[in-house]
Design a protein. Structure first.
Length: 310
């Protein structure tokens, strides 16, 4: 359904002293039809930028994005407008994705209106969609501030599926919600995925949460994917030293140093790696397939396994 090849996004900031931030630094992966592919990593490692670049909400600096056989990274505005309804994004905070001046019924109706459906049909479809995501008929005429965060996120989901898309990017879709509501929204997302046969890119900083959502997981660190594997393999036999630390909950021990500024050669995890060798300081490791479907970008994969079992 989706293939991303060597994607890069560099932000240039500062007025007097220009800084280059390689928010995404050569990322490649694919997502099969019907699959939920997870991107996990610390805050600031480039997850949201990646999600936005894939949908061309942010322009990538370099690289290719192929969606269902079409290279969309080079498409012009008009062609992109045609393909957009097939790809939807769900953001973390429903309050910022819903218009506070519109009833949520109006918000759900928005994509249907753009498609030029008749008013009566739109009304019927909105009622159907609202029911489908677990909202009550009276919720449809309320404004976002009159509903809970969970109810608003349900409305966001209803709007996202209104045009029956093929592909959804869910960027930390429950991060702004109470813990008690998170599971409900995740279950709803899972249910919709199944009913609509959706393919999904699921972004989160929470590995535990991904266990229940994803078929495969990619671990990001400083703009790079350092490990990709089936969900079970990530949890049962992690191979990259950073993934091991993430699983043990030690990632907070490391200084926050968001993104590489003017990237040098060498492994991005060199500074904190318990398994580093001299080579890691000057040679950037490329992802290698260690066993079926398990890719790791590390020169010392074996020693990191030893470190974990010791
Ligand atoms: P994540 O979603 O993993 O927390 P982001 O993709 O939001 O990470 O950010 C990755 C890096 O890019 C961060 O260092 C962030 O500060 C930087 N960044 C994100 N958006 C912009 C922007 N519009 N301009 C400049 N830097 C940005
Ligand atoms: Mg983010």
């Amino acid at each position: 359904m989706l293939e991303v090849c060597d994607l890069k996004k560099t932000y240039v900031t500062g007025t007097f002293h220009k800084h280059r931030i390689n928010a995404i630094d050569g990322v490649s992966f694919y997502i099969r039809k019907g699959e939920t592919f997870g991107i996990v990593g610390e805050s600031g490692c480039g997850k949201s930028t990646l999600g936005r670049c894939i949908l061309r909400l942010t322009e990538p600096t370099e690289g290719r994005i192929i969606f269902d056989g079409t290279e969309i990274s080079k498409l012009g505005r008009e062609s992109m407008r045609k393909i957009r309804p097939r790809m939807q994004m769900i953001f973390q905070d429903p309050d910022s994705s819903l218009n506070p001046r519109k009833t949520i019924g109006k918000s759900i109706a928005e994509p249907l209106g753009i498609k030029g459906f008749q008013r009566k049909l739109i009304e019927r479809k909105v009622a159907e969609l609202a029911r489908h995501v677990g909202l009550l008929p009276e919720h449809v005429d309320r404004y976002p501030h009159q509903l809970s965060g969970g109810q608003n996120q349900r409305a966001v989901l209803a709007r996202a599926i209104a045009l029956a898309p093929d592909f959804i990017v869910a960027d930390e879709p429950t991060a702004s919600l109470d813990v008690s509501v998170q599971a409900q929204i995740l279950n709803l997302l899972k249910q919709l995925k199944k009913e609509y046969g959706l393919t999904m890119l699921f972004i989160s900083h929470d590995l535990e949460l991904m266990k229940h959502m994803c078929d495969r997981i990619a671990v990001m660190y400083m703009g790079k994917i350092i490990e990709t594997a089936y969900t079970r393999d990530i949890f049962e036999s992690p191979m990259h030293p950073f993934t091991c630390l993430l699983l043990e909950g030690h990632e907070n021990d490391m200084e926050q140093e968001n993104c590489i500024i003017d990237m040098k050669e060498g492994c991005c995890f060199y500074k904190y790696c318990p398994a580093r060798s001299e080579k890691c300081s000057y040679k950037t490791p490329k992802p290698q397939e260690i066993c079926s479907g398990h890719f790791v970008a590390c020169h010392n994969v074996m020693s990191s396994i030893n470190i974990r079992t010791n």
